[in-house]
Write a protein that binds this ligand. Structure first.
Ligand code: C2E
Ligand code: CA
Ligand code: CA
Length: 562
């Protein structure tokens, strides 16, 4: 076996301070790669640096117990692990047997590593994070330091998986893990909790502002373009932060509170971050309650579709937009902004959206049967719906079964959804168009748009977001923006629809700017089907009336305000 003889070098008090190689056998040379002639006479600590604690321990053990031998394990500089068995053949000498146990140790370490690390990113996992956080809390108490737990969740990660595939999703997670790690300082820590959720531990922070700075850095690092198949994507995330000691005394509470804060950030929208506040707990539980109730609402079919007219320059109703509401058994009518985002996140939107589409198409069919002159039926498609695999089948089945003309159906997708993955958008839109359906780009102007893509999108109409219409009256800049958007849509030969028209002044300006169609409270709020039917009977093209939607009439006939 591999064997070396050490001479013990003691100080004046007889305390061993070092060891010197007296001898090494060929097996030792083979195992360690050290040549006998190079080491004999040399100090052990010079040849095997950083092993001092081991020798002290083993010497102490042998001296203390009086046992002739003792074992110890250590790793040397070359990453090799030895199990050492030593005994004192005579005072001042130390006979050492070396056993190479590198493989078994590495195996053990690997298994331990796997138990505490995430396989994809190789970052620590929840258990390791929790352990270390607990340790750090002890230290923070002793040093009277503050810590921050930062919970991070990517926006639209599901979309990445759905549209680019799981391989891309995995790549993105690795990239995000590296980027998040890059903003950490010594002593900080990051872990992947699973899915697209990460958690960071920030040490020794002064105040909330210094956390804010780090969080800003984190967001910026994550937002850097991510190149995949030579397309640049921007990733945003929501972040929740809890602070020690104010927001919790133990690891679990701090992590839970950071999670709640993140949940709250999620409600505010993409890219938000939030510090934990005790009041959040209630808000979050409300949200969870809504989610539970939504499941029931889907089963019991508690939804109802309202319709809002779209009016052309002549004052005829040329289309309606289907807008869903939730008839809550105790709360009454719940508006979509309160539940659509939750439905979107829980995946329930697929069922709800399909139902809305079906209901709207059936309604359109009923109107045709009732002899009402045909109008466009616009239905909103959420991001999740737009990316669902079988969208085309779902839509074409509904169109076929309701027997409406696909030419009368308009699907609305928001500008943000469309721009998210432009190539994918173009493909899906083309497929939908091949069914004869029209496409409207919703909430136009508030997202970021690339003109190049805008031109390539096979859309038919553009809905100018109501914030622009609102600003139009009050400042001349607002008007110029709308004018510019209208010029753009004209050039691209899209139909322009102004959303949220509320006043006659806005209507006048839009007429002057030749906006094709308008929608808003000035004409009518969204109405239940029965009331919408009456409105259509009067104001659609060829309706009973000569077709000028009510407010205009009021104005012309009586000057009454709406
Ligand atoms: P949206 O698609 O932009 O729909 C227009 C919203 O503006 C509607 O709100 C409508 O009631 C409101 N609105 C119309 N005219 C005016 C106006 O003059 N002034 C003001 N202040 N608001 C006006 P609603 O019905 O609450 O819907 C909100 C959002 O919820 C919709 O925004 C849409 O994004 C979503 N949504 C509604 N129904 C559905 C649906 O069936 N599926 C999906 N995926 N989303 C839906
Ligand atoms: Ca819409
Ligand atoms: Ca809109």
């Amino acid at each position: 076996s591999a064997f070396a003889l050490h001479e013990i070098i003691c100080d004046a008090d007889g305390k061993p301070v070092d060891y010197r190689f007296l001898l090494a056998n060929p097996a030792f040379e083979r195992m360690t790669g050290l040549k006998s002639q190079n080491i004999v006479g040399k100090r052990v600590l010079e040849i095997m640096p950083d092993t001092e604690p081991y020798w002290i321990a083993i010497y102490g053990e042998v001296a203390l117990t009086g046992q002739p031998r003792s074992f110890i394990q250590f790793a040397n500089d070359f990453g090799k692990y030895y199990e050492v068995e030593a005994f004192c053949p005579e005072p001042g000498k130390f006979a050492v047997h070396f056993l190479d146990c590198t493989e078994s140790i590495q195996h053990k370490e690997k298994i331990e590593h796997m138990a505490y690390h995430d396989a994809l990113t190789d970052l620590p996992n929840r258990y390791l994070f929790r352990d270390r956080l607990q340790d750090m809390l002890g230290k923070a108490v002793r040093n009277q330091e503050r810590l921050a737990v930062v919970m991070l969740d990517l926006d639209d990660f599901k979309l990445v998986n759905d549209t680019l595939g799981h391989f891309a999703g995995d790549e993105l997670l690795k990239v995000i893990g590296r980027r998040a790690t890059s903003v950490l300082r010594r002593g900080d820590m990051i872990a992947r909790l699973g899915g697209d959720e990460f958690v960071l531990l920030i040490e020794g922070i002064g105040n909330a502002e210094s956390v804010t700075m780090i969080v800003e850095k984190l967001r910026k690092a994550i937002y850097e373009p991510w190149l995949y198949n030579s397309v640049a994507y921007h990733v945003t995330c929501k972040i929740g932060i809890s602070l020690f000691p104010e927001d919790g005394q133990d690891a679990d509470t701090l992590m839970k509170h950071a999670d709640i804060a993140m949940y709250r950030a999620k409600e505010l929208g993409k890219g938000y971050y939030q510090f934990y506040l005790p009041t959040m707990e209630r808000q979050v539980s409300q949200r969870m309650e809504i989610e539970v109730e939504l499941h029931r609402a889907v089963d019991n079919n508690e939804f109802v579709v309202y319709y809002q007219p779209q009016v052309d320059q002549a004052g005829d109703i040329v289309g309606v937009e289907a807008l869903v509401r939730w008839e809550h058994p105790t709360r009454g009518l719940v508006m979509p902004m309160e539940f659509i985002p939750i439905a979107e996140e829980s995946g329930l939107i697929l069922k709800i959206g399909t139902w809305v589409l079906q209901t709207a198409c059936q309604q359109a069919k009923q109107w045709t049967v009732a002899g009402i002159s045909p109008v466009f039926m616009s239905v909103n498609l959420s991001a999740h719906q737009f990316h669902q695999q079988d969208l085309l089948t779902v839509v074409s089945d509904i169109v076929a079964s309701s027997e409406i003309s696909p030419q009368r159906l308009v699907l609305e997708i928001t500008e943000t959804v469309a721009m998210g993955n432009a190539e994918h958008t173009i493909r899906v839109l083309q497929e939908l168009k091949s069914l004869g359906i029209s496409i409207a780009l919703d909430d136009f102007g508030i997202g970021y748009s690339s003109l190049i893509y805008l031109k390539r999108f096979p859309v038919d109409s553009i809905k100018i977001d109501r914030s622009f219409i609102h600003d139009m009256e009050s400042n001349s800049e607002g008007k110029i923006i709308v004018q510019t958007i209208l010029a753009l849509t004209k050039n691209l030969q899209y139909i322009a629809i102004a959303e949220g028209v509320e006043t006659f002044e806005q209507l006048e300006i839009l007429k002057e700017l030749h906006c094709d169609q308008m929608q808003g409270y000035l004409f009518s709020k969204p109405l239940p089907a029965v009331e919408m039917t009456q409105l259509l009977q009067i104001y659609s093209k060829g309706g009973d009336n000569n077709g000028i939607c009510p407010p205009l009439e009021y104005k012309q006939n009586s000057g009454a305000s709406f």
